[in-house]
Design a protein around this ligand. Sequence first.
Ligand SMILES: [Zn+2]
Ligand SMILES: [Zn+2]
Length: 306
Amino acid sequence: MAKHHLILILILSVALSALAATPARAADGVAPVPGPIVRGFDPPDQDWSAGHRGVDLLADPGTVVVAALPGTVRFAGSVAGRPVVVIDHGTTRTTYEPVATTRTVGEPVAAGDSIGALQSGHGCAGGACLHLGWLRGDRYLDPVGLFADTGGIRLLPADAEAAVRDLLARRTATGSGVLAAPVPGRIGSGFGMRLHPIFHTWRMHSGVDIGAACGTPIRAAAAGVVVAHSFDSASGNRLGIDHGVIGGQHLITYYLHARGYSVTIGTRVQAGEVVGSVGSTGWSTGCHLHFSVWANGALVDPQRYL
Ligand SMILES: [Zn+2]
Ligand SMILES: [Zn+2]
């Protein structure tokens, strides 16, 4: 009897210590959208510095987003203009954005339950991206740990490339010649997955890089109205022109890394009109123009429109 008890206690204590040693991992995690991870977890060294506090999963806008783990909806609303859903799992919580949700705070959800529809806007080419975060208290965890035991989620780069190609293939272009090249020159780096020249990680390249000397005039790819004029550490100087609907598609073009622009928000420009000059501002290794095109709310390969 006593011997049996001893064995039982031994088994129990081994099981308990195994449980205690288990890291933040949930074998029953469900991928919130079927797409692959196109941007990995890259937590910042400091709270205030740049980084990526989650992973980005590629999918079409409108894709149903499901809860990764069972829990309770803790937040469903807008954070700095982005629609965010937060699900509480007890010791951890998962965050989903941008997601338009029909859920309300306090609602229980099972893993795999629909929590809303994916919106575009999280800066991810080829489709839309779901930004998935995982936190314990204030500490960000790598969401890959949610699925590590299931193999239910796939990583870069081969699968992501295939998924991007698949998404692009399903999208029909208006055909070439709709837009004019904003600067003359050779395309050095195309649209799609590439090994980033500065970060040396696989990332989605959201447009094409056209080699041009510093100061080369940048011309509007088509007539339109300037809708974006900003600066950030990644894009450097960034200009956006809304061309309205051309050939059945609503087109917006972006011109990055410029030395500066001669137009501002609200300026109406003609096709071929000079809007600025080539520079190397932001994350750039030399003078060039990064040119990207949105068609009906999705990033597309600019070369199919030139
Ligand atoms: Zn993200
Ligand atoms: Zn670029």
